[in-house]
Design a protein around this ligand. Structure first.
Ligand code: ATP
Ligand code: PH2
Length: 183
């Protein structure tokens, strides 16, 4: 006999809580806008991920990259999702791979970089995933576009992004109103 309080797996998965997951997109190789657009389109079509905000596109000076590296286009995408952090990282890697990302050269030019900045207030630290992203709080190319779409956001353990933004040098970050990511 079925227990009167039995709950099947589908019902349980339907009850998973929504978290805000924020992604940073970056490209400094190939058709940079097309690469960011491809990442956004793929995120939009990812089951259990709802895109709620997309930042303007910024042209940014490379940080920590080899001398003479091309400038990046960067943007931030805010989502609501029931997926777990590790699953989100897998989705991010799959999107990078689909856009020809070569992950051999550290900080080298890349067609597409998809970083997971936060997943709600989750903190994760293992060899594959760190949450919040360990460098998000110090990166103007992340904080400026993120602040545009969610000025009240915070990075767990680091504080409100508005405060973090006030502490970074934003001179290498220039909004490109002529370039927009489409729905
Ligand atoms: N929050 C995170 N988002 C994305 N990747 C992460 C995160 N935490 C850990 N990683 C790991 O970092 C590894 C290297 O990532 P990646 O190649 O994108 O680094 P990078 O873009 O060169 O530098 P950075 O991590 O500073 O942006 C990935 O394989 C991934 O497993
Ligand atoms: N301006 C800029 N600099 C970077 C970027 C990036 O997306 N934009 N990504 C890096 C590694 O992920 C290293 N340096």
């Amino acid at each position: 006999m079925t227990h009167p309080f039995a709950v099947d797996v589908d019902t349980l998965s339907g009850m998973r809580p929504l978290s805000t997951a924020v992604f940073a997109l970056g490209s400094n190789l190939g058709d940079r806008l097309e690469n960011l657009q491809g990442a956004l389109t793929t995120l939009r079509s990812t089951p259990d991920v709802i895109v709620v905000d997309v930042s303007p596109v910024y042209e940014t000076e490379p940080v920590g990259a080899p001398e003479g590296s091309p400038t990046f286009l960067n943007a931030v995408v805010v989502t609501e999702t029931t997926l777990q952090p590790r699953t989100l990282l897998e989705r991010a890697h799959a999107i990078e791979d689909a856009y020809g990302r070569n992950r051999v050269e550290l900080n080298g030019p890349r067609t597409l970089d998809v970083d997971l900045l936060i997943v709600g207030r989750r903190e994760v630290s293992d060899e594959h995933l760190q949450l919040p992203h360990p460098r998000a709080h110090e990166r103007a190319f992340v904080l400026v576009p993120w602040h545009d779409v969610d000025p009240g956001a915070s990075i767990p353990g680091k504080g409100p992004i508005a405060d973090l933004l006030a502490q970074v040098d934003t001179s290498g970050v220039r909004r490109r109103d002529d370039l927009t990511l489409e729905d």
